[in-house]
Design a binder for this molecule. Structure first.
Ligand SMILES: [Zn+2]
Length: 298
Protein backbone atom coordinates (compact mmCIF):
# COMPACT_ATOMS: atom_id res chain seq x y z
CA UNK A 1 0.00 0.00 0.00
CA UNK A 2 1.30 3.48 -0.89
CA UNK A 3 0.62 6.10 1.78
CA UNK A 4 0.97 9.86 1.88
CA UNK A 5 1.48 11.93 5.04
CA UNK A 6 1.23 15.73 4.94
CA UNK A 7 3.76 17.56 7.13
CA UNK A 8 2.28 21.00 6.41
CA UNK A 9 3.24 23.62 3.81
CA UNK A 10 4.21 21.55 0.74
CA UNK A 11 6.08 18.78 2.59
CA UNK A 12 4.85 15.17 2.37
CA UNK A 13 6.14 11.72 3.18
CA UNK A 14 5.44 9.11 0.51
CA UNK A 15 5.78 5.47 1.44
CA UNK A 16 5.72 3.04 -1.48
CA UNK A 17 7.38 -0.24 -2.44
CA UNK A 18 9.44 -0.28 0.75
CA UNK A 19 10.77 3.25 0.19
CA UNK A 20 10.33 6.32 2.38
CA UNK A 21 10.48 9.44 0.22
CA UNK A 22 10.15 13.03 1.42
CA UNK A 23 8.61 15.49 -1.02
CA UNK A 24 10.26 18.73 0.16
CA UNK A 25 11.86 18.75 3.61
CA UNK A 26 10.43 21.75 5.48
CA UNK A 27 9.16 20.38 8.79
CA UNK A 28 10.03 22.99 11.47
CA UNK A 29 7.62 25.92 11.87
CA UNK A 30 7.47 29.34 13.47
CA UNK A 31 6.16 29.06 17.03
CA UNK A 32 2.84 30.72 16.06
CA UNK A 33 2.17 28.60 12.94
CA UNK A 34 -0.01 25.50 12.93
CA UNK A 35 1.77 22.27 12.10
CA UNK A 36 2.65 18.77 13.15
CA UNK A 37 4.78 19.88 16.10
CA UNK A 38 7.65 17.89 14.61
CA UNK A 39 11.05 19.15 13.51
CA UNK A 40 13.51 17.83 10.93
CA UNK A 41 15.38 16.29 13.86
CA UNK A 42 12.45 13.90 14.40
CA UNK A 43 12.92 12.27 10.97
CA UNK A 44 15.08 9.17 11.24
CA UNK A 45 13.81 7.16 8.29
CA UNK A 46 14.27 8.43 4.74
CA UNK A 47 15.62 6.92 1.51
CA UNK A 48 15.06 9.81 -0.89
CA UNK A 49 14.21 13.52 -0.72
CA UNK A 50 12.93 15.39 -3.78
CA UNK A 51 12.82 19.18 -3.53
CA UNK A 52 10.51 21.27 -5.72
CA UNK A 53 12.43 24.54 -5.44
CA UNK A 54 15.06 26.30 -3.32
CA UNK A 55 13.03 28.59 -1.03
CA UNK A 56 13.49 27.97 2.69
CA UNK A 57 9.90 26.79 3.17
CA UNK A 58 10.69 23.76 1.02
CA UNK A 59 14.33 23.14 1.83
CA UNK A 60 15.09 24.15 5.42
CA UNK A 61 15.70 20.99 7.43
CA UNK A 62 16.87 18.82 4.50
CA UNK A 63 20.44 19.13 5.79
CA UNK A 64 19.38 17.60 9.15
CA UNK A 65 17.36 14.76 7.58
CA UNK A 66 20.41 14.04 5.39
CA UNK A 67 22.65 13.98 8.47
CA UNK A 68 20.39 11.57 10.38
CA UNK A 69 19.68 9.14 7.50
CA UNK A 70 21.36 7.70 4.41
CA UNK A 71 18.96 9.53 2.09
CA UNK A 72 19.85 10.72 -1.39
CA UNK A 73 18.43 14.12 -2.40
CA UNK A 74 17.20 15.25 -5.82
CA UNK A 75 16.87 18.98 -6.51
CA UNK A 76 17.76 21.90 -8.74
CA UNK A 77 21.36 23.05 -9.16
CA UNK A 78 20.61 25.94 -6.78
CA UNK A 79 19.06 23.59 -4.18
CA UNK A 80 22.20 21.43 -4.28
CA UNK A 81 24.45 24.53 -4.06
CA UNK A 82 22.60 25.76 -0.96
CA UNK A 83 22.76 22.35 0.73
CA UNK A 84 26.44 21.88 -0.08
CA UNK A 85 27.03 25.25 1.63
CA UNK A 86 25.08 23.83 4.61
CA UNK A 87 27.47 20.88 4.77
CA UNK A 88 25.65 18.12 2.85
CA UNK A 89 28.12 15.99 0.82
CA UNK A 90 27.70 16.59 -2.92
CA UNK A 91 27.93 12.86 -3.71
CA UNK A 92 24.63 12.27 -1.87
CA UNK A 93 22.72 14.67 -4.11
CA UNK A 94 21.54 14.58 -7.74
CA UNK A 95 21.23 17.87 -9.67
CA UNK A 96 18.31 18.07 -12.07
CA UNK A 97 16.76 20.75 -14.28
CA UNK A 98 13.85 18.87 -15.87
CA UNK A 99 14.04 16.09 -18.45
CA UNK A 100 15.64 13.48 -16.17
CA UNK A 101 14.23 10.13 -15.07
CA UNK A 102 15.80 8.86 -11.85
CA UNK A 103 15.52 5.27 -10.63
CA UNK A 104 14.68 5.18 -6.92
CA UNK A 105 14.47 1.37 -6.62
CA UNK A 106 13.99 -1.62 -8.92
CA UNK A 107 10.32 -0.74 -9.40
CA UNK A 108 10.00 2.99 -8.62
CA UNK A 109 11.21 5.90 -10.80
CA UNK A 110 10.69 9.65 -10.72
CA UNK A 111 10.64 11.90 -13.80
CA UNK A 112 11.49 15.59 -13.48
CA UNK A 113 9.88 18.42 -15.44
CA UNK A 114 10.61 22.18 -15.60
CA UNK A 115 7.94 24.32 -13.97
CA UNK A 116 7.16 27.84 -12.76
CA UNK A 117 6.98 29.48 -9.31
CA UNK A 118 3.85 31.34 -8.19
CA UNK A 119 3.96 35.12 -8.74
CA UNK A 120 5.15 35.98 -5.21
CA UNK A 121 6.14 39.47 -6.40
CA UNK A 122 2.53 40.37 -7.30
CA UNK A 123 1.14 40.40 -3.74
CA UNK A 124 1.90 41.33 -0.16
CA UNK A 125 -0.13 39.09 2.11
CA UNK A 126 -1.38 36.09 0.14
CA UNK A 127 -4.90 36.49 -1.21
CA UNK A 128 -7.73 34.14 -0.31
CA UNK A 129 -8.57 31.30 -2.67
CA UNK A 130 -11.77 32.81 -4.08
CA UNK A 131 -10.45 36.36 -4.54
CA UNK A 132 -10.20 37.52 -8.16
CA UNK A 133 -6.77 38.96 -9.01
CA UNK A 134 -6.36 40.81 -12.29
CA UNK A 135 -3.61 42.72 -14.12
CA UNK A 136 0.17 42.66 -13.64
CA UNK A 137 0.74 41.23 -17.11
CA UNK A 138 4.07 41.78 -18.88
CA UNK A 139 5.91 42.86 -15.72
CA UNK A 140 9.67 42.76 -16.35
CA UNK A 141 12.27 41.02 -14.20
CA UNK A 142 13.49 44.39 -12.90
CA UNK A 143 9.97 45.45 -11.90
CA UNK A 144 9.37 42.09 -10.23
CA UNK A 145 12.64 42.47 -8.35
CA UNK A 146 11.58 45.90 -7.02
CA UNK A 147 8.20 44.46 -5.95
CA UNK A 148 10.01 41.62 -4.13
CA UNK A 149 11.94 44.22 -2.13
CA UNK A 150 8.64 45.85 -1.16
CA UNK A 151 7.45 42.41 -0.05
CA UNK A 152 10.53 42.00 2.15
CA UNK A 153 9.74 45.33 3.82
CA UNK A 154 6.09 44.25 4.27
CA UNK A 155 7.16 41.00 5.93
CA UNK A 156 9.22 43.00 8.41
CA UNK A 157 6.03 44.68 9.64
CA UNK A 158 3.44 41.90 9.12
CA UNK A 159 5.05 38.97 10.89
CA UNK A 160 5.04 38.18 14.57
CA UNK A 161 8.38 38.24 16.45
CA UNK A 162 8.27 34.40 16.48
CA UNK A 163 7.83 34.28 12.71
CA UNK A 164 10.59 36.86 12.16
CA UNK A 165 12.88 34.75 14.32
CA UNK A 166 11.95 31.60 12.37
CA UNK A 167 12.57 33.41 9.09
CA UNK A 168 15.93 34.63 10.33
CA UNK A 169 17.04 31.14 11.40
CA UNK A 170 15.83 29.33 8.30
CA UNK A 171 16.83 31.97 5.78
CA UNK A 172 20.32 32.37 7.16
CA UNK A 173 20.71 28.60 6.80
CA UNK A 174 19.30 28.70 3.27
CA UNK A 175 20.01 31.86 1.38
CA UNK A 176 18.94 30.82 -2.11
CA UNK A 177 19.23 32.89 -5.27
CA UNK A 178 15.55 33.41 -6.02
CA UNK A 179 13.47 30.24 -6.21
CA UNK A 180 16.27 28.36 -7.96
CA UNK A 181 13.89 27.19 -10.69
CA UNK A 182 10.72 25.25 -9.90
CA UNK A 183 10.37 21.55 -10.77
CA UNK A 184 7.55 19.02 -11.06
CA UNK A 185 8.09 15.35 -10.16
CA UNK A 186 6.15 12.38 -11.53
CA UNK A 187 6.57 9.18 -9.50
CA UNK A 188 5.83 5.87 -11.17
CA UNK A 189 5.25 2.95 -8.81
CA UNK A 190 3.76 -0.54 -9.32
CA UNK A 191 0.51 0.69 -7.73
CA UNK A 192 0.09 3.95 -9.62
CA UNK A 193 1.59 7.32 -10.53
CA UNK A 194 1.81 10.48 -8.43
CA UNK A 195 2.51 14.03 -9.62
CA UNK A 196 4.08 16.43 -7.13
CA UNK A 197 3.98 20.24 -7.36
CA UNK A 198 5.09 22.52 -4.49
CA UNK A 199 4.34 26.00 -5.87
CA UNK A 200 1.40 27.33 -7.89
CA UNK A 201 2.88 27.65 -11.37
CA UNK A 202 3.35 25.65 -14.56
CA UNK A 203 4.17 25.60 -18.24
CA UNK A 204 0.93 24.63 -20.00
CA UNK A 205 2.78 22.66 -22.71
CA UNK A 206 4.31 20.45 -20.01
CA UNK A 207 1.37 20.11 -17.62
CA UNK A 208 -1.08 19.22 -20.40
CA UNK A 209 0.90 16.09 -21.26
CA UNK A 210 0.92 14.57 -17.75
CA UNK A 211 -1.70 11.98 -16.70
CA UNK A 212 -1.00 10.92 -13.10
CA UNK A 213 -3.39 8.75 -11.09
CA UNK A 214 -3.02 11.15 -8.16
CA UNK A 215 -1.84 14.78 -8.31
CA UNK A 216 -0.51 16.91 -5.46
CA UNK A 217 -1.11 20.50 -6.62
CA UNK A 218 -0.05 23.66 -4.82
CA UNK A 219 -2.79 26.07 -3.69
CA UNK A 220 -1.06 29.23 -2.47
CA UNK A 221 -0.56 32.77 -3.74
CA UNK A 222 -1.05 34.02 -7.30
CA UNK A 223 -0.86 31.26 -9.90
CA UNK A 224 1.73 31.50 -12.68
CA UNK A 225 0.83 30.30 -16.18
CA UNK A 226 3.74 30.30 -18.63
CA UNK A 227 5.39 33.21 -16.80
CA UNK A 228 2.30 35.41 -16.37
CA UNK A 229 -0.01 35.74 -13.33
CA UNK A 230 -3.43 34.13 -13.65
CA UNK A 231 -6.26 36.52 -14.45
CA UNK A 232 -8.64 35.13 -11.87
CA UNK A 233 -8.59 33.50 -8.47
CA UNK A 234 -6.33 30.87 -6.95
CA UNK A 235 -9.31 28.48 -7.03
CA UNK A 236 -9.61 29.10 -10.79
CA UNK A 237 -5.90 28.39 -11.17
CA UNK A 238 -5.96 25.12 -9.22
CA UNK A 239 -9.12 23.94 -11.01
CA UNK A 240 -7.53 24.68 -14.38
CA UNK A 241 -4.56 22.52 -13.39
CA UNK A 242 -6.80 19.66 -12.25
CA UNK A 243 -8.64 19.82 -15.57
CA UNK A 244 -5.30 19.75 -17.43
CA UNK A 245 -3.91 16.62 -15.78
CA UNK A 246 -7.24 14.81 -15.16
CA UNK A 247 -6.12 12.80 -12.11
CA UNK A 248 -8.43 10.34 -10.39
CA UNK A 249 -7.66 12.07 -7.11
CA UNK A 250 -6.10 15.39 -6.12
CA UNK A 251 -4.41 16.50 -2.90
CA UNK A 252 -3.56 20.16 -2.26
CA UNK A 253 -0.25 21.48 -0.95
CA UNK A 254 1.00 24.76 0.56
CA UNK A 255 -2.53 25.76 1.65
CA UNK A 256 -2.12 25.82 5.45
CA UNK A 257 -1.23 28.97 7.43
CA UNK A 258 2.49 28.11 7.49
CA UNK A 259 3.73 31.69 8.08
CA UNK A 260 0.93 33.70 9.79
CA UNK A 261 0.91 37.34 8.71
CA UNK A 262 1.99 36.38 5.19
CA UNK A 263 0.13 33.14 4.49
CA UNK A 264 -3.60 32.61 5.08
CA UNK A 265 -5.57 29.58 6.28
CA UNK A 266 -6.86 28.82 2.79
CA UNK A 267 -10.64 28.78 2.38
CA UNK A 268 -11.52 25.35 0.96
CA UNK A 269 -15.03 25.99 -0.33
CA UNK A 270 -14.02 28.07 -3.40
CA UNK A 271 -11.47 25.35 -4.27
CA UNK A 272 -14.04 22.55 -3.84
CA UNK A 273 -16.52 24.33 -6.08
CA UNK A 274 -14.02 25.30 -8.79
CA UNK A 275 -12.50 21.79 -8.95
CA UNK A 276 -15.92 20.10 -9.02
CA UNK A 277 -16.95 22.35 -11.91
CA UNK A 278 -13.76 21.97 -13.95
CA UNK A 279 -13.03 18.29 -13.30
CA UNK A 280 -16.20 16.54 -12.05
CA UNK A 281 -14.66 13.06 -12.20
CA UNK A 282 -11.71 13.98 -9.96
CA UNK A 283 -11.99 13.31 -6.23
CA UNK A 284 -10.58 16.07 -3.99
CA UNK A 285 -8.94 14.55 -0.91
CA UNK A 286 -8.52 16.81 2.11
CA UNK A 287 -6.20 14.99 4.48
CA UNK A 288 -5.08 16.69 7.68
CA UNK A 289 -1.52 16.43 8.94
CA UNK A 290 0.00 12.93 9.09
CA UNK A 291 -3.19 11.19 7.95
CA UNK A 292 -1.44 8.26 6.15
CA UNK A 293 -3.73 8.52 3.14
CA UNK A 294 -4.00 5.35 1.03
CA UNK A 295 -3.03 6.81 -2.38
CA UNK A 296 -4.15 4.07 -4.74
CA UNK A 297 -7.03 2.16 -3.10
CA UNK A 298 -8.15 -0.92 -5.02
ZN1 LIG B 1 8.77 29.37 -3.04
Amino acid sequence: MATLDWYGCATFRLRTSGLTIFLDAYIDRAADAPGTGLTADDIDECDWIVVGHSHFDHLYGAERIMARTNATLIGSYETIRVLEAAGVPGERMICVAGGERVRLSHDVTVSVFPSQHSCVWSQGKMSQSGEECLGDLGVTWQEQHARMQELQAFLGTALSPAAVEHLRTSFVAHSSRGDGGALLYLFETPEGSLLYQDTSGHWTGILDGLRPDVAILAAAGRGNIDGEPIQGSLADFVARQVAAVQPKRVVLSHHDDWLPGFSVPTAMEPLRQAIAAAAPSTELLEPGYLAATDLFPT
